[in-house]
Write a protein that binds this ligand. Structure first.
Ligand SMILES: [Zn+2]
Ligand SMILES: [Zn+2]
Ligand SMILES: [Zn+2]
Ligand SMILES: [Zn+2]
Length: 482
């Protein structure tokens, strides 16, 4: 037990675990190593998209960054599924991620399939085990059962399973209830795997990690190195593992968005302290708009208080109109961010799209208070877009995002997305930009990533190396000025 009686102090390792099953996102399969999830680097070009890596010659689906990854993957998992991917024609019609995970689960359960599938599992088996297994994963199958269209979907999945497993006889396929349950378990327990640049690259099921509950004000964070999951405390945690809370979704969005995303994605109603605050006062204060008076810098809550006089004395004339505009902006923001998330690293520079995003950003900046985290969300999306295109202006956007996150997570709070934003808020070329600004941002990045990622992580090492370089530059300038 650590000092102050807390089980975990900030930065303490809570859990480190390899996935039970995982897969690269269907849209990313051409760009990433099927085993380590790294972007496939090119030897002769700076574009990662030109080199397609070593492709599995049998299924023509999986690609690898190296022979080592290919060999390891074959031994550990691909051998069992390769012929299925070939049979199903996965290389020409990309199956959805859920389906790929199902194949992997079926392979895992093959040896004791009958024991582990729900409708046939003897309860005596459950009592004997110490570690978590497939049976322990929640599926919310009852709620799923009542979802419109779910049965049609499960029927399709079974037809697809027949194709991939070469089973023609319906009676030999897994039962409808078992497929539904498997689908539910994947939905409720799947972790979105992100790479060092916080881009989604895969989905995995972690038997121990999936036991951790969600909160919209979490005290721990998840970070990945390849497919390996690590959970670290971002605050001191008392009372042991049962009080550890991670965030399943981006929590810097208003309550109604969080509730919808958690219900759609994980089939539960969030009852964290932040969501139980019925008044939603705090949310409206966080996601604030500007005062109508151009001379005033105060934040106005985005609820009915927007129609009351501001603390500066200004009486708003368009309070209601501005609240309507806020709702529309929020809706459009979510669409734009979703679009970016779906396109992923494969997206190419699209000038028209970029201009539209820029115009949209200006509309947000016109209405929203500069500290509104919705702006941070969009700034970091734009930064990531620019970064993937190799544009030099990316750091400006990351800097804006990073400082907004700092307002809501003041030091000593740490968060992986904030740490990443500070790291990217620095010009890669030390000759460009303000050396002192870069230095300060890298200090922040190093301080945060040390806790969220630990000193062993490649992203931390990148920050540490950049900070050392920046320190040398700042030193030179200081000694010149003396
Ligand atoms: Zn690899
Ligand atoms: Zn293969
Ligand atoms: Zn919540
Ligand atoms: Zn005002």
């Amino acid at each position: 037990m650590a000092k102050n009686g807390a089980t975990y102090q900030q930065g303490d390792l809570i859990l480190s675990e390899d996935p039970w099953v995982y897969t690269v996102l269907s849209g990313e399969v051409d760009f990433r190593c099927y085993h380590c999830l790294r972007l496939l680097a090119s030897a002769d070009s700076s574009s990662p998209l030109l080199n397609k890596g070593n492709r599995c010659s049998a299924c023509k689906y999986a690609r690898y960054c190296s022979v080592e990854c290919q060999k390891k993957d074959w031994k550990e998992r691909h051998k069992a599924e390769c012929f299925m991917l070939k049979l199903g024609g996965a290389s020409s019609v990309r199956p959805p991620v859920h389906f790929l995970l199902m194949l992997k689960i079926l392979n895992k359960l093959k040896t004791n399939f009958d024991d582990l599938m729900s409708s046939k599992s003897p309860s005596s088996l459950q009592k004997k085990r110490k570690t978590r297994t497939y049976i322990d994963l929640v599926s919310h199958a009852e709620e799923l059962w009542n979802t419109p269209g779910i049965m049609e979907y499960i029927t399709q999945v079974r037809i697809m399973l027949g194709k991939y497993l070469a089973i023609e006889n319906d009676a030999e396929l897994p039962y409808v209830q078992d497929v539904l349950q498997m689908f539910g378990k994947i939905k409720c327990n799947g972790f979105g795997i992100t790479d060092d640049s916080m881009s989604s690259c895969g989905v995995g099921i972690y038997l121990e990690g999936s036991a951790l509950d969600h909160s919209c004000s979490p005290n721990a964070c998840q970070v990945f190195q390849g497919p390996r999951l690590t959970i670290r405390a971002t605050k001191a945690i008392h009372g042991g593992m049962k009080n550890v809370r991670i965030a399943y979704i981006d929590v810097f969005v208003p309550k109604e968005v969080r509730l919808k995303r958690l219900m759609d994605g994980y089939l539960f109603e969030c009852t964290c302290p932040r969501c139980l605050d019925d008044t939603q006062q705090k949310d409206a204060e966080m996601f604030s708009i500007k005062c109508e008076s151009p001379k005033c810098a105060l934040a106005v809550p985005s609820d009915e208080r927007a129609e009351a006089p501001c603390k500066c004395g200004h009486k708003p004339k368009n309070g209601e109109v501005r609240l309507d505009r806020y709702d529309l902006l929020l809706e459009e923001l979510l669409q734009r961010v979703d679009r970016f998330d779906q396109e992923g690293v494969g997206c190419e520079f699209d000038e028209k799209q970029w201009k539209e995003d820029e115009t949209f950003l200006h509309r947000m900046e016109d209405l929203l208070h500069p500290n509104n985290p919705l702006l941070a969300c969009f700034y970091s999306m734009m930064g990531r877009m620019l970064l993937s295109w190799g544009c030099e202006t990316a750091p400006q956007y990351f800097a804006k995002a990073a400082y907004i996150y700092r307002v809501w997570m003041p030091a000593p709070a740490v968060d992986p997305v904030m740490g990443y934003a500070f790291l990217q808020a620095v010009e890669r070329d030390p000759a460009v930009g303000e050396p002192l600004d870069s230095f300060k941002r890298l200090i922040e990045a190093e301080k945060i990533l040390r806790f969220t990622h630990s000193k062993d992580h490649s992203l931390y090492r990148e920050a540490h190396a950049a900070l050392r370089l920046a320190a040398i530059t700042v030193n030179k300038i200081c000694s010149r000025n003396v």
